[in-house]
Design a protein around this ligand. Structure first.
Ligand SMILES: [Zn+2]
Ligand SMILES: [Zn+2]
Length: 417
């Protein structure tokens, strides 16, 4: 059985995270979304780590179950940390790194040292004024199976290859510790095909997780393993990059991501990378430096054409969140009551979400869902839609069902449903 894993989430102890994000809510969301192994998030935070120890109990090696719950969902120990430091060229760098750990003991030992680097209780995603490579050195000393993964590799802020506070290569950041990095997180705005254009990433595995800050966002991206259910084999699969063990990743359409294109939110100006170069990197509205998106950074560091197909890469599937598909099909806002009700109805009838998006057969979909909704889900599976790309913190705007098509379904018909 394939194992669907979402190993980058946050708890309510991280800044700008929903107060509902605790372990029981993560469990509930994993069930709704179809996630088999979910990250605990924030194991560096003393109160969250206490909750991990109280509410979870050991299951398979390196995995945990929620005490007393009748659920097949497993937890894996995860955290994200932020390193702020100066590079050799005296530039300020701010890098987020995802940590996966194989045992409570490893976490305890890691936390003991990290507590001397910064204030773990201040933020579920703690800040360390130290080189990112120190983290690799520390992890190596604590347990050889701890995985360090540069988080959302390309996003402009707090990312290793991002346009603000980032580097131009993994080596510039990790120096002699670079061999300790086996994987990168593609983030919402890039997919494996984009990353494989960049030869310096050839030695890394592309993984994909949600980085959820609220319950609704859990499972919007995931990595699917074909291994036995335990930490050791899952970590090995990331190391080895074998398509038999790492089956595929699930990626939100990169154009939907908030930082895909370049632009300025406040100036309502968006630009494709070529346009930005033509404007000499300045916003045509305010004449200030424009925010460079992920697409731009990938094009800057890519040495292969867009059509490049890596010989042995792990496949991936592109999705849009079901909530977004429903909003488009029904012509409503994605936060609206109509969309919320329809979402709950579909999950109850056909759930979980990832199964609806990827696997439920066409016939079954058409029996249970409104015809326009079934049509929209199938169109996304086939890549038969467009997206006005996101930029500078604004989500992309998908167009799946045309306005004419929506109008063709008269109101009485819609209501009958
Ligand atoms: Zn982050
Ligand atoms: Zn501007």
């Amino acid at each position: 059985m394939p194992i669907v894993a979402d190993l980058h989430v946050h708890s309510k102890y991280s800044q700008a995270v929903s107060p509902r994000m605790d372990l029981s809510e993560l469990l509930r969301q994993a069930e709704i979304k179809g996630i088999d192994v979910i990250g605990t998030g924030d194991f560096t935070h003393p109160l969250h780590f206490q909750a991990i120890q109280n509410e979870l109990e050991p299951a398979e090696p390196g995995l945990f179950r929620y005490r007393g719950a009748k659920s097949s969902v497993r937890f894996l120990l995860t955290a994200e940390v932020c390193n702020i430091f100066y590079s050799r060229t005296k530039q300020e760098k701010r890098i987020h790194t995802l940590l996966l750990a194989p045992s409570l003991e490893a976490v305890q030992e890691l936390n003991r040292t990290l507590a001397s680097w910064g204030h773990l209780e201040e933020d579920g995603r703690p800040v360390f004024r130290r080189q990112a490579k120190d983290l690799v050195k520390l992890a190596r000393g604590v347990h050889p199976e701890i995985l360090l993964i540069p988080a959302h590799l390309w996003t402009p802020w707090y990312s290793l290859l991002g346009s603000h506070f980032g580097f131009n290569s993994l080596e510039e950041c990790f120096e002699e510790e670079t061999p300790g990095i086996h994987a990168i997180e593609t983030g919402l705005d890039s997919d494996p095909a984009m990353n494989r254009r960049v030869p310096q990433l050839d030695g890394t595995t592309c993984v994909s997780f949600s980085d959820a800050h609220s319950p609704e966002k859990v499972g919007r991206e995931a990595t699917v393993f074909g291994t036995a259910l335990n930490y050791h084999e899952m970590a090995q699969a990331i190391h080895a990059r074998s398509p038999q063990k790492l089956l595929y990743t699930i990626e939100v359409d990169s154009r939907y991501g908030k930082y895909y294109w370049d632009g300025h939110r406040r100036c309502e100006n968006q630009m494709a990378p070529a346009e930005t170069r033509r404007h000499k990197y300045l916003c045509p509205v305010c004449k200030q430096k424009t925010t460079l998106g992920v697409r731009h950074r990938v094009e800057t560091l890519a040495q292969r054409p867009e059509s490049f197909i890596a010989p042995s890469s792990i496949p991936y599937k592109t999705i849009l969140p079901l909530e977004v598909i429903l909003a488009d099909a029904l012509g409503k806002d994605s936060g609206s009551k109509t969309v919320e009700n329809e979402y709950a109805h579909l999950i109850a009838q056909l759930g979980p979400e990832l199964k609806i998006l990827l696997d439920v057969p066409e016939g079954t979909l058409k029996l249970a869902a409104h015809p326009l909704i079934a049509e929209a889900i199938l169109a996304v599976r086939e890549g038969n839609y467009t997206v006005q790309p996101g930029f500078d913190g604004i989500w992309g705007k998908p167009c799946i069902i045309s306005q004419e098509r929506r109008l063709a379904f008269s109101r009485p018909q819609m209501e009958m449903f």
